[in-house]
Design a protein around this ligand. Structure first.
Ligand SMILES: Nc1ncnc2c1ncn2[C@@H]1O[C@H](COP(=O)(O)OP(=O)(O)O)[C@@H](O)[C@H]1O
Ligand SMILES: [Mg+2]
Length: 427
């Protein structure tokens, strides 16, 4: 069968690569893909944006695409799944009303409250003075979240009143996030270690993937501004088997049941951002899709055919599925353009990928890359995700950094401590 992958980041390269490894798959079309999917076995880029639903659906019809997999949240939130399903096309991901768990933090919090899912205490506000009054009542630190999608920039963890006031003002008065900022969630600050829980669901059964942990801040030691993610590893030792089972039973199942009560069938990936505290597990947020970069190390460890699992999700037969995983831990080190997440250059020539991939147990997933006149150049902030496995986590980390050292482009930046938190915990 032919498959289409919607999106063009590192996550989508990992999905396309994994799909292409299925014996059942003929061609994989990536819309729009990147410099990596352009040369990946069986893969081919097509020049259609994830927002152009009718062009995507026409392409799927004309090219015998039997399955479409959506990477990013924006098309899901905008209803790409509803659009495809109305045309009788098979597509993997939640529909518009289910994707609201990511599109609205206030909606997600309300679901959590009603479903008894452990999460920080909160209130929702549309009025600036009332919100500030709540901040003063609760005290610091406190967390302020724009309600809607804000490309990872909508959350402020405020340690002083001025910071909290500034965040409320930007969101509710200046409306820097536009519609996304018509309301805010103000919530209790939780201290602990973060981890990512991902699971497949068909709306009835929940089938977890392996645990993982992302590294959001741009510099070593979790310093500097937050990014889309500078690296990840899987499994995350902070997520014990007990915690994994706890989250499946006390977060994922209550979530799909509460949605069902409201007439919403959730099919796709459930992503719960966890804060693991001394007092247990709390959910910080839900995302409605695979994480980036968590998907790179997770899918690198997945042994089963992903198209089987996804087809069973769509057909609501997930209860018959088991996923086989490679026991070897994996790590993804993101190589970014210097200056990201602020100002950075594009169009810098990238070399060394072939040499990096000669190292055993290494795969280079592309993110912000493009082929221009036969040269591979940078085209975004996060450029590559160097992904590696090893018998032990330390070996996986060593393999990843050995490969990173082979890569070169002007002003490249990466964190040198991806996975260290896990190493410390295991000691
Ligand atoms: N209640 C909280 N307590 C402490 N830190 C938080 C809390 N909520 C969010 N954060 C921090 O802010 C980051 C972003 O918040 P999140 O809810 O994941 O929103 P988004 O990913 O949409 O920006 C989290 O990864 C976490 O580091
Ligand atoms: Mg998050």
């Amino acid at each position: 069968m032919n498959v289409m992958v919607v999106g063009g980041g590192g996550r989508e390269h990992a999905i396309a690569w994994k799909v292409a490894r299925s014996e059942k798959v003929g061609r994989v079309f990536c819309a729009p893909g990147n410099g990596g999917t352009a040369v990946e076995d069986k893969c081919e880029n097509i020049d259609i944006k994830p927002s152009e639903f009718s062009d995507l659906a026409d392409f799927a019809n004309k090219n015998n695409v039997e399955l479409t997999i959506v990477g990013p949240e924006d098309p899901l939130v905008a209803g790409i799944v509803d659009y495809f399903e109305n045309k009788g096309l098979k597509i993997f991901g939640p529909n518009k009303s289910a994707a609201k768990i990511e599109d609205s933090k206030a909606f997600a919090k309300d679901i959590m409250l009603k479903a008894g899912i452990p999460t920080a205490e909160y209130q929702r506000f549309t009025d600036y003075d009332e919100a500030l009054g709540y901040v003063d009542k609760k005290g610091l630190p406190i967390v302020i979240k724009a309600d809607g999608l804000a490309a990872g920039k909508g959350v402020t963890v405020a340690f002083d009143r001025e910071e909290a006031r500034g965040a409320l003002n930007s969101i509710l008065v200046d409306k820097i996030f536009g519609e996304s900022g018509s309301s805010v969630v103000v919530e209790e600050y939780l201290e602990g270690e973060e981890a990512s829980y991902l699971a497949f669901t068909d709306g009835k059964t929940v089938l977890p993937l392996q645990s993982s942990q992302d590294h959001k801040p741009v510099f070593d030691g979790d310093k500097g501004p937050n990014t889309g993610g500078m690296g990840a590893y899987s499994p995350a030792p902070v997520v014990t088997e007990d915690i994994m089972n706890y989250v499946t039973e006390n977060v994922a199942y209550p979530l799909i049941k509460e949605l069902k009560k409201r007439g919403i069938i959730y099919k796709g990936i459930i992503y719960a951002g966890l804060m693991i505290t001394g007092n247990g597990v709390n959910v910080l947020e839900f995302n409605c899709r695979f994480g980036d970069p968590e998907t790179q190390p997770i899918l690198y460890r997945m042994e089963s055919d992903i198209t089987d699992v996804i087809s069973k999700c769509i057909d609501e037969e997930l209860n018959s599925v088991e996923i086989k995983w490679d026991e070897k831990p994996s790590v993804c080190v993101v190589v970014a353009s210097g200056g990201y997440p602020k100002v950075y250059n594009k169009g810098c020539e990238i070399t060394g990928i072939e040499n990096a991939e000669k190292i055993k147990n290494v795969k280079v997933f592309h993110a912000g890359t493009a082929n221009v006149n036969g040269r591979l150049v940078t085209s975004g902030g996060r450029v590559l995700g160097i992904t590696a496995k090893g018998d032990k986590l330390q070996t996986a980390i060593d393999n990843a950094y050995k490969a990173v050292k082979k890569i070169n482009f002007s002003n490249m930046h990466y964190r040198s401590d991806i996975g260290n938190k896990a190493l410390r915990r295991m000691k």
